[in-house]
Write a protein that binds this ligand. Sequence first.
Ligand code: SF4
Ligand code: SF3
Length: 541
Amino acid sequence: MFCFQCEQTAKGTGCDKIGVCGKTPETAAIQDLLVHTMKGFSLVALEAAKHGAKTPEDDHFACQAIFSTLTNVDFDPERFTKLMQEAETRMAAMKEKITAKGGNTSFPQYKGSYKGLNTAALIAEGEKTSFKAELDANVDITSLRQLLIYGIKGVAAYADHAAILGKTDQAVYDFLYEGMAATLDNTLGVNELVGLVLKCGEINLKAMELLDAGNTGTYGHPVPTSVPLGTKKGKAILVSGHDLKDMYELLKQTEGKGINIYTHGEMLPTHAYPELKKFSHFFGHYGTAWQNQAKEFDEFPGAILMTTNCIQKPKETYKDHIFTTGLVGWPGVEHIASKDFSPVIKKALDMPGFAEDKAGASVMVGFARNTVLGVADKVIEGVKSKAIRHFFLVGGCDGAKPGRNYYTEFVEKVPKDCMILTLACGKFRFFDKQLGDIGGIPRLLDVGQCNDAYSAVQIAVALAGAFECGVNDLPLSFILSWYEQKAVAILLTLLFLGIKDIRLGPSLPAFLSPNVIDVLVKNFNIMPIKTADEDLKAILG
Ligand code: SF4
Ligand code: SF3
């Protein structure tokens, strides 16, 4: 195996024996084969589009298949076998229709036919598809191709979330195919691939806009909400991941059953949505970010539901009461495909739950674009009167590396006349800090999940509009942390928007070659984080 798609990749270069995430060589092989197959699928889909030979289901399938290979989503080879079989069936159906219309079904740049192969045979085929040799032969082209594929994985994630809520845009699917197919095109050089990478950022903005419309259109605009961090006596279910519809379905199905619902990780901001917070048994938040789940899940006395990323290898102590849904999967963990959460509910009722109320602190969520722009006048006045000196967007993924303490220290050291916007699971480094307010506006504003990056972009764009300047001219700095490929897609969006001087950590992606990093530095002045003191001094002077 060889995988370097995420930030925790082994030795900072690549996982080649087993994934630091727990991905086995077998799962890696079959995932690689699926990514390879989706390149072929994309060639067929692009041709099919010309002949009316493709269905909306084909598009949604492509999105889900690609999303499944994102870090910490699905570790189950059997589930990948099903996706492989479906990919082959759909490709064959498209080709048949293309042939009937007199179109082209010969794609010499793609080799592979895996119809009817079982899991073991697919793994054996997958082992032949590693891009490592390609990487050694031409590091810059391979680096850009992988950057494009990882960006597309992020887009696929957002597009899938949006599609679940009924929001789709053909332009997003078209680009998934264009981008995946481009990675098979040997005529494309560095400039063309850089262009596609930036287009990926543009399309990701569209996908995030769709998701924002899906979330706010279905569940209302988030409103400032205080979320308890304590626990309540009684039966309990803990929900992790990012999927709002799963949360809504579970809340509905648990109503009146005497079970309290808790959020974990990226589910925290869901407390702020009016259509979710209306449920009286939607109690509070338990635990922190994904990388602490083994310890936190172990101590939770109820059932656990994982929606989307990020799942880690479940400990034996809770393997019998953790469930997956949507695209998440772990071998041997019960998967709920139907959205009938009865097994989760039954398990929660069979478990002890919390024996007593335990008071805890609370945190505020719900500062998405509607709330923040609702007090835009106050914010603008604050900047003009110099009560607010600077804004920092400190956001992105969390992870296990010790270097991530930078973000805690950074937030602690931000001067009191500066505001901090945050989003995604990186916030758990500082989410419960009492940072006070400026003129009644909290200094720490939680915009939401990584899925809400669109909201943060809208806030920045609206502020730039109010000050009649560009986003780069605002007193605003981006201090980002990354881990998986949704963060890659968001970064590409920021680059597409022309945002400069982004500080990125805890380390730069292993898949960026020195020359590709050079291009990013020259064009966008993107830079690695240093120390909190050095970076604050460089920004504030
Ligand atoms: Fe390694 Fe990350 Fe790939 Fe997992 S996803 S195998 S940790 S690089
Ligand atoms: Fe976090 Fe996985 Fe990226 Fe949603 S939950 S931001 S890492």
